[in-house]
Write a protein that binds this ligand. Structure first.
Ligand code: ATP
Length: 371
């Protein structure tokens, strides 16, 4: 069992900088939780407070109901895997993996058995006698994981463990970490600034900004129901398109009239939602639409709400293409995902229709989601 709870946890560094503010979260046993956010948002600081590597300035940390604020790192039954692996260069892979067991005074045959098990799980059997300098980045990463696994900790903490790997290897290791979580049945807390990593690995994701938790939810819910404009823009690639405008409310009909003169009518459900949450008439808002929710219109095809513009860049990704569209008098390009067989080229004039069910509206002033 490893249930972790943070109650009003905060961190103020000695220079007075508040890196983490009022962090509240309950992590269930065996969950795979991700802390994600831009550089400096306080994710590593939070992880290090859980590990016991950083003092907690305020609030409480519980593991399985026991307050941990003043328990030393070595007594927390937590294993941490760092970005730089922190391997001992003069020791073989076998000795690196065995190290924590050896200092714990485990018997030789127990150590060997655990090392073999970890090597089997991680595909390291062939390299057990090599030194870290003779390993690839991915192998070093797995040795670092091996060192954590043999300790059989209640909780695994990982701080950007894949950031030193190239894109392909990162993709492979991501799958391995997911499968490891499945097999070990431990609680994982994983820090990354990479939203793709967060979305593919986490059972729940904590999105942070400036030391403040913005939203805690499943990957799917973060994508579908972002709590605010920051989360909406951070989750999803390419990012959501934003268009500033005002609410236009007439005859029970509600639309966003963008500064570019596009009227985006809201669906009945969204109107109801918006009326419940905001004083709508004339309100300054930001409409958001994801690139995958814009559809290329054929010549002569009619639609109520669309953007027209000129193709600036067309990126062919193989299975799909990304088109960047310039609108007259607007510096921001609209991004759309289109079929790979559309064969657009720079200069083409196109129209993109909104999937009206998928339009988001944010309060321009506060950034909070209205609908
Ligand atoms: P990154 O992705 O860049 O690692 P992060 O979200 O993990 O970022 P933290 O390392 O938690 O961010 O740092 C949060 C903030 O606290 C940053 O603004 C950082 O500069 C600041 N900070 C970190 N350590 C200290 C320290 N010892 N003293 C003062 N400020 C610190």
């Amino acid at each position: 069992m490893a249930e972790i709870e943070l109650k009003h946890v905060c961190k103020t560094y000695e220079n007075g900088f508040e890196a983490v503010k009022d962090f509240n979260l309950k992590i269930a046993d065996k969950e795979f939780i991700i802390f994600v956010g831009p550089s400096g948002c306080g994710k590593s600081t939070t992880l290090r407070m859980i590990a016991g590597l950083e003092d907690i300035s305020g609030g409480e940390l519980y593991i399985d109901g026991v307050k941990m604020n003043d328990v030393s790192a070595s007594d927390r039954d937590i294993a941490m895997v760092f970005q730089n692996y922190a391997l001992y260069p003069h020791m073989s892979v076998r000795k690196n993996i065995a190290y924590s067991l050896k200092i714990r005074g485990e018997k030789k045959d127990v150590i060997e058995q655990k090392v073999q098990e970890a090597a089997e799980i991680l595909g390291l059997k062939e390299v057990l006698d090599r030194k870290p300098g003779q390993l690839s980045g991915g192998q070093k990463q797995r040795v670092a994981m091996g060192r954590a696994i043999v300790r059989n900790p209640k909780v695994f903490l990982m701080d950007e463990p894949l950031s030193n790997l190239d894109a392909k290897l990162r993709g492979q290791m991501r799958v391995e970490i997911a499968s490891l979580h499945h097999r070990l049945e431990s609680t994982f807390i994983y820090v990354t600034h990479d939203q793709t990593e967060a979305m593919t690995l986490g059972t729940r994701i904590v999105v942070m900004k400036d030391g403040v938790v913005q939203q805690v939810d499943t990957p799917q819910n973060l994508f579908r129901y972002p709590a605010n404009q920051f989360v909406a823009g951070f989750i999803g690639t390419p990012p959501m398109n934003f268009m500033e405008g005002v609410f236009d409310y007439k005859n029970q009909q509600l639309a966003v009239r963008t500064n570019d003169g596009i009227a985006i009518p809201l669906t009945e459900e969204k109107v109801k939602h918006a009326l419940e949450r905001a004083d709508v008439a004339g309100k300054a808002v930001v409409a958001g639409i994801r690139p995958e929710h814009l559809r290329l219109l054929k010549d002569g095809e009619e639609e109520t709400a669309f953007i027209s513009g000129e193709v600036d860049v067309y990126e062919m990704l193989g299975s799909e293409a990304i088109v960047y569209v310039k609108q007259p008098g607007n510096e921001n390009r609209i991004i759309a995902k289109v079929d790979a067989d559309t064969h657009l080229k720079p200069g083409d004039r196109i129209r993109l229709a909104f999937d009206l069910e998928k339009v988001h509206v944010f309060d321009k002033l506060t950034g909070q989601t209205i609908t």
